[in-house]
Design a protein around this ligand. Structure first.
Ligand code: NAD
Length: 470
C-alpha cells in the first residue's frame, strides 16, 4: 500500500494527539504525586525554575483557585480526614477548612521597602527560598497542606510535602485537588509534590537533599528537633499544652462557655486548644457549675480518672512515667468513657476533671476531650502554675478576667506566641477573632502565625547616586 502526503499528515496528527492525551492522562493520575522521593523533589525543582518568574498576579490567580477548590471539596476532605485518621470531628474539620480557605494570607503581605537618600535608592524585596520540604501532622492534615501551600506559593516557592502516615491519603488527596485547581487556572504542574507511599526514610532523604532550600516541620517535638538539626534553614511549629487561667473577676458564664467550646473543638486536637484550666479558689466551684449547665459536659470522678489513666495513657513499667496512648488522641468523649465501661448519651462532648496540678492529665498534651480543672489559691499562684504547665513551649495560653493588671501580667509571664483574652482559644487563629489564620504556628523558631513572609528571603538591591526623585 502506498501512502500519499495527506495520509502521512493524518497519521502524524493522530500519533501526536495520542501522545498528548497520554501525557495529560499521566499528569491527571500523578497530579504531583510520584513513585519516589527523588522524582518528587526533581519535579518540584524543575517547576520552581518556571514558577520563580511568575507574576504576583498569576500567583494570586492560582491561590484564588486553591481557595475555591478547598471550599468545593471541604465536606469530602473533612469526612476523609476523620475516616482515615480516626481523629476529630467532621463538622469542626469543615469549619477549619473554611477558615483556611478564607483567612490564609496570600501575596498581599509581601511588602517591599524603599530607602532613599543622598546616596540614591535601595530596594528591599522578599524573594523565594526555592523548593521547601514541608512535613505535616496527622492532627490537622488537610488544613496544614492547604495553608502551607498557599503561603509557600505566595512567596514564590514550590513544595515537596511529607505528610504523616496516619493521614496520608487525606494529605495526598488535598495536594492533588490543589494541583488540579492550579492547572485549571493556567498554572504549571508540580508546584506541590509528594511521594505516593509514606516512609520515615523518605522524610530523611527530603531533609538532606541539596535541592531543598528550607524545611518546615509542623508536628511534635521530635520532628521539630530533627529539622532544626538538619543544617538547613528550618521553621519549627511544635507542640503546646495551652493553660487557661480564670480569675475572680471573670464573667464566669461566658468563661465556662468559651472554655468548653475551645477545648471540645475537633475533640481537642488543635495545638492551640485549651488543655487545662487553672481557676482561683474564689470562683472554682461556680466555674464548674456553669460548665455543667452545658449538656455536652460530663464530670468524671477520681475513680473514673484513675481507670482512664490505664486506657488513654501508657505507663512505662521501668520509669513509671506516663505517655499518650495514640489510640485515644482526637477521639470523642463518649468513646473515651466507653473504654472504662461507662455509657453516656451522644450529647456528651467533653469530660471535665477536678485535678491536682501534678496529674498526668494536666502535664501531658492529651489532644483528647478530657479537661482538667486545677484549683489555686489566688492569681499569683495561677500565673505560676500556668507558666509551669505550659512547659516553656511558648505556644498558646488563654485567660478570662476583667482585671487589666492581671491580664497584662499573665501576657508577660507566659510569653506565648498566642495569648487569648476572654474568648475561646481558636479566636487566636482568627476564628471569631481578628487576624489571619494558619495551622503552622512557629513558636520555637519565632515566625509566629506563619504567612508568605515566613517563607521568603529578604533581598536588597542598591542603585548608588540615582533614582531618587527629590
Ligand atoms: P508527629 O510529631 O507525630 O508527626 C509530625 C510529622 O513528623 C509527621 O509528618 C511525621 O511523619 C513526621 N515525623 C515524626 N517523627 C519522625 C521521624 N522520626 N522521622 C521522620 N519523620 C517523622 O505529630 P502529630 O501527632 O502528627 O501531630 C501532633 C503534634 O503536632 C502535637 O504535638 C501538636 O501540638 C503539634 N502540632 C503543632 C502545630 C503548630 O502549628 N505548632 C500544628 C499542628 C500540630
Amino acid at each position: 500500500m502506498e501512502l500519499n502526503g495527506n495520509d502521512l499528515s493524518q497519521i502524524i496528527e493522530r500519533v501526536l494527539k495520542e501522545l498528548n492525551e497520554k501525557d495529560t492522562k499521566k499528569q491527571e493520575v500523578s497530579d504531583g504525586v510520584f513513585d519516589t522521593i527523588d522524582e518528587a523533589i526533581a519535579a518540584a525543582y524543575e517547576a520552581e525554575k518556571k514558577f520563580k518568574n511568575s507574576t504576583l498576579e498569576q500567583r494570586e490567580k492560582y491561590i484564588a483557585a486553591m481557595r475555591k477548590a478547598t471550599m468545593d471539596n471541604a465536606m469530602s476532605l473533612a469526612n476523609l480526614a476523620v475516616k482515615e485518621s480516626g481523629m476529630g470531628r467532621v463538622d469542626h474539620k469543615y469549619l477549619k477548612l473554611k477558615l483556611t480557605a478564607e483567612k490564609t494570607q496570600g501575596t498581599e503581605v509581601l511588602k517591599p521597602e524603599a530607602i532613599t537618600g543622598d546616596k540614591g535608592l535601595t530596594l528591599v524585596e522578599r524573594g523565594a527560598f526555592g523548593v521547601i520540604g514541608s512535613i505535616t501532622p496527622s492532627t490537622n492534615p488537610a488544613v496544614t497542606v492547604i495553608c502551607n501551600a498557599i503561603c509557600m506559593l505566595a512567596g514564590g516557592n514550590t513544595v515537596v510535602f511529607s505528610p504523616h502516615p496516619g493521614a496520608f491519603k487525606t494529605s495526598l488527596t488535598t495536594l492533588k485537588i490543589l494541583n488540579k485547581a492550579i492547572r485549571e487556572a493556567g498554572g504549571p504542574d508540580n508546584l506541590l509534590t509528594a511521594v505516593a507511599k509514606p516512609s520515615l526514610e523518605n522524610t530523611n532523604v527530603l531533609m538532606h537533599d541539596s535541592r531543598i532550600r528550607m524545611l518546615v516541620a509542623t508536628g511534635g517535638p521530635g520532628i521539630v528537633k530533627m529539622v532544626l538539626s538538619s543544617g538547613k534553614k528550618a521553621i519549627g511549629a511544635g507542640a503546646g499544652n495551652p493553660p487557661v487561667v480564670v480569675d475572680e473577676t471573670a464573667d464566669l458564664e461566658k468563661a465556662a462557655r468559651d472554655i468548653i467550646n475551645g477545648a471540645s473543638f475537633d475533640n481537642n486536637l488543635p495545638c492551640i486548644a485549651e488543655k487545662e484550666v487553672i481557676a482561683v479558689a474564689e470562683i472554682y466551684e461556680d466555674l464548674i457549675k456553669h460548665m455543667k449547665e452545658n449538656r455536652a459536659v460530663y464530670e468524671i470522678n477520681d475513680a473514673q480518672a484513675e481507670k482512664l489513666l490505664g486506657t488513654v495513657l501508657n505507663k512505662d513499667s521501668q520509669t513509671g512515667k506516663y505517655s499518650i496512648n495514640k489510640a485515644f488522641v482526637g477521639k470523642g468523649a463518649k468513646y473515651i468513657l466507653e473504654s472504662i465501661g461507662e455509657k453516656v448519651s451522644d450529647e456528651i462532648e467533653i469530660l471535665i476533671y477536678r485535678a491536682k496540678n501534678s496529674h498526668p492529665f494536666v502535664q501531658l498534651e492529651l489532644m483528647m476531650p478530657i479537661l482538667s480543672i486545677v484549683k489555686v489559691k489566688d492569681f499569683d499562684e495561677a500565673l505560676e502554675t500556668a507558666v509551669e504547665d505550659e512547659h516553656g513551649n511558648r505556644h498558646t495560653a488563654a485567660m478570662h478576667s476583667k482585671n487589666v493588671d492581671h491580664l497584662t501580667a499573665m501576657a508577660r509571664a507566659i510569653d506565648t506566641t498566642i495569648f487569648v483574652k476572654n474568648a475561646p482559644s481558636y479566636a487566636g487563629i482568627g476564628f471569631g477573632g481578628e487576624g489571619h489564620t494558619t495551622f503552622t504556628i512557629a513558636g520555637p523558631t519565632g515566625e509566629g502565625l506563619t504567612n508568605a513572609v515566613s517563607f521568603t528571603r529578604i533581598r536588597r538591591c542598591t542603585m548608588a547616586d540615582s533614582f531618587r526623585i527629590v
